[in-house]
Design a protein. Structure first.
Length: 95
């Protein structure tokens, strides 16, 4: 019996190591720290101080303050590609 519980405990610890820590966000919902990889990919002239990870599409969006309105726009690379987080594959376990 104890061997079975030991295996379950080891499995849970292994899965916990795969979990990402929750990103810290401001009260407005912007990331307090944008991942380094995103900063390196982002084109200039985008507001990297007001970035959100959109849970609907998994992509990074930034707050653009224009002369008429303030809106969220997708964060893009210099070539115009949208910057998205890598989706994690669901982990299958055998029982």
């Amino acid at each position: 019996m104890s061997m079975k519980y030991g295996l379950v405990l080891v499995g849970l610890m292994a899965l916990a190591g795969c979990a990402d820590p929750m990103a810290q966000v401001t009260p407005e919902g912007f990331m307090t720290e944008v991942p380094e990889g995103v900063l390196q990919l982002a084109a200039p002239d985008q507001n990297l101080n007001a970035v959100q990870l959109n849970p609907e599409d998994g992509c990074f969006w930034y707050q653009h303050v224009g002369p008429v309105e303030t809106t969220m726009l997708p964060l893009r690379t210099p070539r115009g590609n949208v910057i998205c987080a890598q989706q994690q594959e669901p982990q299958l376990t055998a029982m």
